[in-house]
Design a protein around this ligand. Sequence first.
Ligand SMILES: Cc1ncc(COP(=O)(O)O)c(C=O)c1O
Length: 466
Amino acid sequence: MWQIILKRENEISLSRQLFYAMKDMILEGQIRSGEALPSSRGLAKDMSISRSTVNEAYDMLETEGYIVTHQGAPTRVKEGLYLEKHQKHHEEALFPVITLADKPYKVDFKTGQPDVSLFPRYVWNQMMYKSFEQLSDKDLGYFGTAGYESLRVEISHWLFRKRGLSAKPQDIFITSGTTQALSILVTMLSKAGLPFAVEDPCHRGLLEVIENSGNSILGISVDQEGMKTALLEAHDFSAVYVTPSHQFPLGSILTAERRIELIRLARQKKFYIIEDDYDSEFRYVGASVTPLYSMDKEQVLYTGSFSKTLYPALRIGFVILPPKLHSEWMYLRKHLDVQNPIVEQAALAEFLNQRKLDKYIQQISRMYEKKRKALTTSIYECFGEQCSILGDETGLHLVLKIPGAHFDEFFIEKCQNAGIRVFPIEHYCISKGNHMDQLMLGYGHLKVEEIQKSVSRLYNLIMDTE
Ligand SMILES: Cc1ncc(COP(=O)(O)O)c(C=O)c1O
């Protein structure tokens, strides 16, 4: 008889195991169309299981239409149920293999990871619990793609307090982070045949969001004054994506002249500017940088995120849109995933209302400032005067520049072999070869005590003594 192995110590009942096994064999043609099945008594005896187990399995097969029974005739497999085995798509190989577990690194300068050790989980948990209790029945339904109203109001107050921005709650749309905001905006703003202009270098994941939606890219190079906006003059494009408050990854702030030039061009050529303000809440030197949005609320679409200020897995961000884009946004969001989960939105509204986020940012900023100091001190101690540090006044990463160094793919491989995770700026570049001597070091997640050792290991590796 068939080679079916049933496991007795299994959470799945024997009858269901038998059903699954027979179903697969029917689909794969090992039990052929029209073939008569053995009697339940015969099969039970053959497999040393009870007859009722076989009967239950046969019932399941019949219910799902794999077999037919006729009074007084043997039970048979239904005709035409063969299904060719799924061949692995060769395209699969084109995509990177995603592993579930993060490889443990001895030294990890990954970016984009805030420190969540001080996050007031207990308070947050209380707010989640209380919010759920207080939500109305209506709130638990399809309450609207724009987002939870109280949260939109609180974000409007928050932006005013923290970023000096005045934005109406009705122009604020809650998203599942900037990544989703960009993905919808790209669909909305794409003009046939025209590329999206982005900073070069640029965040890889966000660049892929634009590319994967079938749009071409025009990389505009960046220097210490941010995107070289004069280079936009000669082109037409669908929209421009920028990080004016803290250029990712180089860290520069877009200067006033370039801001004006960018907005002038946007008005003249009628394109939108997507402003990504992803981590400027953490500013260690000087006053907070005013968002570009404050200069033109019609041409600039502002995106914010709580991924750095709270935690990335929260997946809450927002976009501020002028009224003429509201209905298209709502339409696209509704057909994408309808809305954000409600409880986290309500808890965040309360967190903002009680000024808990303000306090938390003050507290965690002090921690980041210590880490920044430990990192810059260690860098100068190890690398000396030969190096320079860029873009460390804001955010959770900085750029280490070592003139004459050549951080290429061999260097990455060398790092990987030594268990060190660090990203050369070249990794983020569209046109290659201009930033070979720079490394991006993310430090948000590092412990102050481990920073000195991490830098010294990196130094040894670069100097070839590791
Ligand atoms: C440049 C940039 N923009 C936006 C984000 C935030 O993305 P999200 O809100 O989807 O988590 C990040 C996070 O690392 C980032 O580096």
